[in-house]
Design a protein around this ligand. Structure first.
Ligand SMILES: Cc1cc2nc3c(=O)[nH]c(=O)nc-3n(C[C@H](O)[C@H](O)[C@H](O)COP(=O)(O)O)c2cc1C
Length: 455
């Protein structure tokens, strides 16, 4: 079975056969009606069990307000039928922006975000009637070692890391305990703004090696934010406690959590100490239980680092290196991690990641996972760029149109790395093919024949 094998699964039967041939376990269900089920989150309701994952478009204004293409994207998402729209990485301080056009939620940008929420609600109501309301989450972030607020790397790290530091430029700073404490308050201020605007929830982003994700694995950091479990989770827990103190239940608090970094211990989190290729979810489960007891009702589970080991993060057909496994094994890992978390907190809503590689067959695994209790909401990332109305098509026609699906070609990520505005080069070519071409000029071609040295 070649690792480079082209995607050629046509039917659910092909998919089941492939799962069996690879010796992995992923539930598959032909009955996709389960995806239409509303999901209760406290006194709110997500109108169905499909979510659009946070997908950064890198298309805000220089000040960090949503701009033309941002509004277009969210209008398309909202009329596309997913019950939950998880708005992309949104910085809480300028220096923590991952690019000069990353969204930035601060008081002077509040009106722009209010217009974004209005746009989402208007588009959704226009399509599905006046009583329809998708659940909205804003992902609050500090990009940490991947900060690039002026377009060139300006890393702010939580701890040294021999696997990731070789990619750092000569100049970088290690964030101090005092700075972290101050930063907690910037997250709280952004949460307050999100609440004033009327978003349903804020996500205290804890994934993909951005600052707070790095803190969770800061085993080697000295001081009160490093070393012990209590110290490494302090930043996240302080932010949640402060939001609850300031805002009570006015806004839900959730998080997108890297439950498994796939980087060796003591530099990665959720990994087996002897073998980083295996998850050890003891600490992630401990954390999620603490958060549940604090009133957090939902957790969006993800794995890996999109810069360092992207095949773990988003199973793909073409990417910066050839993955050492079949993409379906990556899907199985991601869903298996979600399952373990869901089983440990059965009353919480676990949202799963990493389904897009499955294309038109993704609904059968989304439905299978929900039926078997692996997770309660199925999240779709790249699919939403390619096919923003995939949920509506699925509900109305009973299946996805193969010709509209994402093909996991990696071009949306390449646009991001090239500093452009991200979208689907293949299915939304009129807008994004020229951006992709311009960004690639003078760049080396995608190196999908090279096996990652580091995975
Ligand atoms: C272009 C691009 C932008 C992304 N932006 C974000 C983001 O803002 N926040 C986040 O948590 N994940 C982000 N992701 C990761 C996706 O949400 C998702 O986890 C990943 O693509 C795997 O899911 P999928 O198989 O459904 O695409 C991004 C991924 C891509 C390719």
């Amino acid at each position: 079975m070649g690792l480079h094998e082209k995607f050629k699964l046509k039917s659910m039967e092909d998919l089941s056969n492939k799962i069996e041939a690879l010796g992995i376990h992923i539930p598959v269900s032909a009955d996709i009606d389960v995806l239409k089920q509303p999901v209760k989150l406290g006194d709110k309701v997500v109108p169905n069990s499909i979510a659009i994952q946070p997908m950064e478009g890198c298309d805000g204004t220089p000040a960090g307000e949503p701009d033309e293409l941002t509004f277009r994207r969210y209008r398309r998402f909202a009329s596309g039928g997913a019950g939950l729209i998880w708005i992309e990485a949104t910085a809480v301080v300028h220096e923590g922006r991952a690019n000069p056009r990353q969204l930035y939620l601060c008081r002077k940008n509040k009106d722009g975000f209010a217009r974004l929420l209005d746009t989402i609600m208007e588009a959704a109501k226009e399509q599905f009637g006046p009583n329809y309301r998708p659940y909205t989450v804003v992902q609050l972030t500090h990009s940490g070692r991947y900060s690039k607020p002026e377009g060139k790397p300006a890393p702010i790290i939580a701890a040294r890391n021999p696997y990731l530091d070789p990619y750092l430029p000569d100049e970088y700073s290690v964030i101090s305990d005092e700075q972290l404490e101050e930063l907690e308050d910037r997250f709280v201020e952004a949460a307050e703004l999100a609440s004033e605007i009327g978003f349903d929830a804020v996500d205290i982003k804890s994934c993909h090696r951005y600052l707070n994700s790095e803190l969770l694995s800061a085993f080697t950091r000295e001081g009160k934010y490093g070393g012990s479990f209590d110290n490494r989770t302090r930043f996240l827990i302080n932010i949640i406690d402060k939001i609850k103190q300031r805002l009570g239940d006015a806004i839900d608090v959730t998080l997108r959590l890297n439950a498994y970094d796939a980087i060796p211990y003591p530099y990665g989190w959720g990994v087996d100490k002897e073998n980083y290729r295996k998850p050890d979810l003891t600490e992630p489960i401990q954390l999620v239980k603490i958060l549940r007891d604090k009133g957090v009702k939902m957790v969006n589970i993800t794995c890996g680092n999109p810069y360092y080991n992207p095949h773990i993060n988003r199973p793909y057909d073409s990417g910066p290196y050839m993955p050492p496994e079949h993409p379906l094994e990556g899907v199985a890992r991601m869903l298996g991690v979600a399952k373990a978390i869901q089983e440990s907190v059965p009353d919480m809503v676990v949202l799963s990641s990493g389904l897009t590689w499955l294309r038109h067959l993704s609904p059968y695994i989304a439905a299978g996972g929900i039926k078997e209790g692996w997770f309660k909401i199925a999240g779709f990332g790249r699919m939403a760029f390619a096919y923003p109305d995939f949920a509506r098509d699925l509900f109305e026609k009973g299946a996805l149109n193969e010709k509209k699906c994402c093909i996991a070609c990696g071009k949306c990520s390449e646009i991001m790395r090239d500093g452009g505005k991200a979208g689907c080069v293949i299915r939304d070519a009129e807008i994004y093919a020229p951006i992709y071409k311009a960004g690639r000029e003078g760049k080396p071609p995608i190196q999908s024949d090279r096996l990652a040295e580091h995975v």
